[in-house]
Design a protein around this ligand. Structure first.
Ligand code: GTP
Ligand code: MG
Length: 466
């Protein structure tokens, strides 16, 4: 990793940081050892002074000229001296008019002045390699950009500030302390370091495992906030599935009719409900049918149900439960689901009491997709489903990145191996291997111990200019 870091310091990179398209302003960022020289080569301050003559971080008014001396654009430029910049290197940013031609012209002038095109995520990668931020914080930058809800943004910002990192570092330190103590016992058995008995190994590792478990407990919520909750609406024909979708969306998205078998294909919509991003699929009513196209639709409904993290089973509250309803309820056994008793405006056939077996205590919400009555109850239920007991995002740490979640799980498994080894009074060396693995997985989260390929893979998913 040392080699890479050195190479980074030597190369100056540039890219357009704002979205390419028409905008009020566009920004070109140049970073690296020659950033200032490249900036001075293409930017002329209206005052006639050099950028370097101004105090750092000052926005300077001027123009960009091309090689023939003709004016390209009227701009503002700023010089940020490393390490006090995004990359922790010398950075010059030029704010020009946000037109594609202007941005590309200035970008190519920066290349001519010695910069090379930045790779995706390379500015953030440099911030990481230069030690300004750790890997979790770097990944949080992308999460901030991609946040689909206020809650997801909040979680990402907390991560960017280092909340998750410091928790993970703390846990890793506890493991490293155990390792150091065990090493002392192995190296100097004659000193008979009493404190480091098996009991105390078990104790420390148990404590750390508990900490990891606590982080994992919120991972489900974190993932939903980041990627959206996949929800499938299922039920027999005509119970009001499409009406419920329209009611949630507050628009006439799906065709609704009194004919059973109206919806043939899956209709998928993404939106926020009670601040929670959901990916909702309305499906064809499930029933035995001779109709070829409808049968394909029914097959699709089953497939969508299998992929969903939450199933909404819609029942028609104005009629008695039928055999078909019970068959559909069978399909959600063992999954996360909620039962909607629809058409409450038509009066209730009191079908809630007909639900038996495991469905007796199932979550049931009565509502009317036609009038919207009861929709708030459903929204509240969904918030609790996602956040746990509370309806809002708590102050805790929410792991929302699959990479972090996997590493936490791996670390936990290694700790459990260490605990079993300790309980079986295996030699210290064996316990040590597991503990080192456990600590290594935690280090990979923050980037303290991580291979170059992984770093490259993470940053390759970033956008250019970030
Ligand atoms: N009174 C009343 N009628 C409703 C309600 N929800 C749906 N309906 C009516 O029930 C009929 C069927 O509604 P849809 O939303 O098309 O039902 P679906 O479950 O999507 O039906 P398929 O697509 O055929 O499986 C329509 O005539 C709706 O107007 C409700 O809450 N109250
Ligand atoms: Mg429908």
């Amino acid at each position: 990793m040392e080699n890479t870091a050195k190479q980074y310091q030597e190369e100056t990179i540039s890219a357009v940081c704002t979205a390419l398209g028409e905008g009020a302003i566009g920004i070109i960022r140049i970073s690296g050892e020659n950033a200032l020289a490249a900036g001075e080569a293409i930017f002329k301050a209206a005052s006639g002074r050099k950028l370097a003559d101004y105090p750092v971080n000052t926005l300077v008014y001027g123009h960009v000229y091309d090689a023939d001396g003709s004016m390209v654009d009227e701009v503002m430029a700023v010089y940020m001296r490393g390490p006090h910049s995004y990359t922790a290197e010398d950075v010059v940013e030029i704010q020009c008019h946000g037109g594609v031609r202007s941005l590309q012209k200035i970008l190519s002038l920066s290349y001519a002045a010695g910069a090379r095109p930045a790779e995706p995520g390379e500015f953030t990668k440099r911030a990481f390699l230069n030690g300004r931020i750790d890997l979790v914080q770097a990944e949080a930058v992308m999460d901030i950009i991609k946040s689909r809800s206020d809650a997801a943004l909040k979680v990402a910002v907390r991560q960017q500030e280092g909340q998750l990192s410091s928790e993970v570092r703390g846990l890793r330190k506890e493991l490293l302390d155990v390792i150091v103590n065990l090493e002392a016992v192995i190296d100097y058995p004659e000193d008979d370091i009493e404190e480091m008995t098996f009991a105390s190994v078990l104790d420390s590792v148990n404590k750390t495992a508990e900490g990891v478990n606590k982080l994992l407990a919120n991972a489900h919520t974190g993932k939903i906030l980041r990627e959206g909750l996949r929800v499938a609406i299922i039920g027999k024909p005509n119970v009001g599935k499409s009406s419920f979708l329209n009611c949630l969306l507050k628009e006439d998205r799906a065709i609704v009719s009194e004919y059973a078998g109206t919806t043939r294909d899956v209709i998928e919509e993404q939106f926020l409900l009670g601040g929670i991003p959901i990916v909702l699929a309305d499906t064809a009513g499930i029933r035995e049918t001779e109709d070829y196209v409808e049968r394909i639709g029914v097959e699709k409904s089953r497939r969508i149900l299998n992929e969903a993290e939450l199933a909404i089973v819609v029942l028609d509250g104005s009629a008695l439960l039928s055999e078909e309803d019970f068959e559909i309820l069978e399909l959600v056994k063992g999954r996360s689901y909620v039962i909607i008793i629809n058409k409450s405006d038509l009066g209730s056939a009191n079908i809630k009491n007909s639900l038996n077996g495991e469905f007796k205590n199932a979550p049931v919400i009565e509502l009317s997709a036609k009038t919207g009555a009861g929709l708030d109850v459903f929204t509240g239920w969904l918030q609790k489903f996602v956040y746990g007991s509370d309806k809002h995002l708590g102050d805790g740490i929410y792991v929302q990145n699959a990479r972090h979640e996997n590493l936490l799980k791996n670390s936990l498994a290694s700790m459990q191996d260490a605990l079993s080894a300790a309980e079986a009074q295996m030699p210290y060396d064996c316990i040590m291997i597991d503990l080192r693995n456990a600590a290594g997985f935690l280090g990979e989260i923050t980037g303290d111990t991580v291979r170059d390929e992984i770093i490259n893979e993470i940053f390759s998913k970033f956008c250019i200019g970030k």
